[in-house]
Design a protein around this ligand. Sequence first.
Ligand code: ADP
Length: 250
Amino acid sequence: MIVVEDVHKHFGGFHAVDGATLTIETGSITGLVGPNGAGKTTLFNVIAGVLEPTSGRVIMDGEDITGLPPHELFARGLLRTFQIAHEFSSMTVRENLMMVPGGQSGEALWNAWFARRRIASEERALARKADEVLEFLTIDHLSDEKAGNLSGGQKKLLELGRTMMVDAKVVFLDEVGAGVNRTLLNTIGDAIQRLNAERGYTFCMIEHDMDFIGRLCDPVIVMAEGHVLAKGTIDEIKANEQVIEAYLGT
Ligand code: ADP
């Protein structure tokens, strides 16, 4: 479980996150919605260790993780997906997946010299894992494709795949459905649901597509003006007067 307690994030005098308090229950697919500028992305970045909060705390399973750098959160299984970096676009999909887990022996030069056999076997294990991930995501036919040639939706699947390479526990997804065609959106939605149901992933996702949210997310948290306005099922949210006002007010 992740608890966000009265988090503030100020940029100069501007309060992008202004006293956000919320809980992300273990095993949930929690949606985070709200009008543009509500502070959703900033809050995500605070939780995922990309930004330090001005004040407030983030607790994961009872431990204070406020301000921990992304690699330490990563080691605890908490991660935020990022777009495929430009420099990885000329590598294949499988190679992109195999790049993810750090700390392989190949990283140390002397290891490469003395322990070739072990490295070879680690590489084989990684390649097997990458193939298994690609199969799970139903994009195994793309394994030798250059990442740069993928469509927007396929790239989103690859981003999800990278979280599977490290056996993430809590994954933050920022607009995974944006600009993705319906067919691929369904594939992404299925993958999220299966990772949740079969592998115990907890998701928290910023999303604008209300149908997509309605299909996947329970609960849905609404932010406006830097704080949490409401939390409930999609139907409760849609019927909430304060939420309607917040959306119409922008
Ligand atoms: P959302 O994701 O809900 O659209 P954001 O968290 O991206 O909202 O932004 C909240 C507000 O904070 C916006 O008004 C945005 O302009 C501002 N903001 C975000 N990042 C910065 C920054 N690095 N410096 C200054 N203002 C920022």
